[in-house]
Design a protein around this ligand. Structure first.
Ligand code: LMR
Length: 396
């Protein structure tokens, strides 16, 4: 009777919002919770390039036999080229397909634990799953508070100062672009300073790249990751295709490792394959096969990139409309314009978040994180009005 030793765990607070919002009967409710892209009508459509690749896959896929723990190697190769470009020589990079970006992070955490890395430094706040994921794999998260929510700014020198507490061999987590949950990324000089700091202290960078193409543009969004890769002998990069290919439920991602030389890379890959085998044996195929088909076909790649760019512009437009609300009570929405991508985190207290949900049917993470893609033009007006109502009622 061992189950009696278990204690009940709370539901994941972010994923709980999906059910809460669905159960709310109000027609004008607004879902700013979990990070999925939405169009003006509130839908998360399958991208047209994805549909075309799926149609082709259905007609032409010769077999559903096992691929192996590395997954679809054509997918890994094509994605690797896209992300790393010619930043480092190809023989220093190994990679494998993973179930989503979370699978990549989990494998990365287990590899770090196996390599004897005791700690990972993470700018705070970070994606709510980062710290528990690394802790559960045996790598202790060390948080560095470095965001000013009122001014919507990243405190670069605070982050670098926090890293001074690290010892050689520790890891450091970096959001490649479109920081989740804040939306504020370092600029080019900031990335260069981080790269120099990390290299000088012999830290192992772990880049989490989950929103490429939704910030400044496709290549621009990889610039930070490339600056890091160019500066260090060893690094890991977890990639998610959830958002930029709209493949959320297909769990499509990859983990790349940069090593000083091909020999070390082969050893790293052998460890990653062994860890994958012990975790999920082999990753799900469909999403990766779709991405490979798109990336191997020039016309489909163009179609996908155009669609992604339209999504990016929608987010940019929504963000500036949101920011145009200016100062409302204690909140300066104008500062949200500093960010990019899907998220911003507003300086709201948990009771203000609750009040906005109960009174106005506006759903967001308890931290005050909003998914900007959850808005449309009408909803932004309602959101501004709700914040004015909150200020007028003195809700703190
Ligand atoms: C989010 O942050 O909303 C997404 O990455 C979904 C998730 O798994 O948390």
């Amino acid at each position: 009777m061992r189950f009696a030793n278990l204690t009940r765990q709370p539901d994941d607070p972010l994923l709980r919002i999906i059910g809460q919002h669905a159960a709310d009967p109000r027609a004008d409710k607004i879902d700013l919770g979990v990070g999925v892209f939405r169009d003006e009508e509130g839908r998360t459509p399958v991208m047209t390039a994805v549909k075309a690749a799926e149609t082709r896959l259905l007609a032409e896929q010769p077999s559903k036999s096992y691929l192996g723990p590395e997954g679809d190697t054509g997918f890994v190769r094509a994605l690797g080229r896209l992300v790393v470009a010619d930043t480092v020589s190809a023989d220093r990079i190994v990679g494998l397909q993973t179930p989503g970006g979370t699978g990549a992070l989990r494998l990365c955490a287990e590899l770090l634990a196996r390599a004897g890395v005791p700690r990972i430094w993470i700018g705070s706040p970070s994606w709510a799953n980062h710290a528990p994921l690394f802790r559960q794999a045996g790598v202790e998260p060390a948080m560095i508070p470095c965001y000013d929510l009122t001014a919507q700014l990243f405190d670069l020198s605070g982050f670098l100062k926090g890293l001074d507490g690290a010892t050689a061999g520790d890891a450091v987590l970096l959001h490649g672009c479109c920081h989740n949950p804040i939306g504020i990324d370092p600029d080019a000089a900031g990335w260069a300073a981080i790269a120099e700091h990390v290299a000088a202290r012999s830290l192992t960078p772990v880049v989490d790249l989950a929103y490429q193409g939704l910030g400044d543009g496709f290549d621009q969004d990889a610039a930070g990751a490339r600056t890091i890769l160019a500066a260090v002998p060893e690094a890991l990069l977890a990639y998610s295709c959830d958002k930029n290919f709209g493949l959320y439920r297909e769990r499509t991602g990859a983990l790349f490792a940069l090593s000083p030389d091909a020999g070390t890379g082969a050893v790293v890959l052998s460890n990653l394959l062994a860890l994958a085998r012990a975790n999920w044996s082999m990753p799900p195929d469909h999403g990766a096969a779709v991405v490979r088909l798109i990336l191997e076909d020039e016309a489909l790649t163009r179609e996908w990139r155009d669609e992604l760019e339209t999504m990016r512009q929608r987010l940019e437009g929504l963000r500036s409309t949101l920011a145009a609300g200016g100062r409302i009570g204690a909140i300066d929405l104008g500062a949200v314009a500093h960010g990019k991508g899907m998220f911003a985190t507003l300086p709201l207290s948990p009771s203000q978040v609750e009040w906005l949900r109960d009174r106005h049917g506006i759903y967001m993470a308890g931290s005050g994180r909003i998914n900007i893609a959850g808005f449309n033009s009408a909803a932004i007006g309602r959101f501004h009005a709700a914040l004015r109502d909150m200020a007028a009622n003195g809700v703190a």
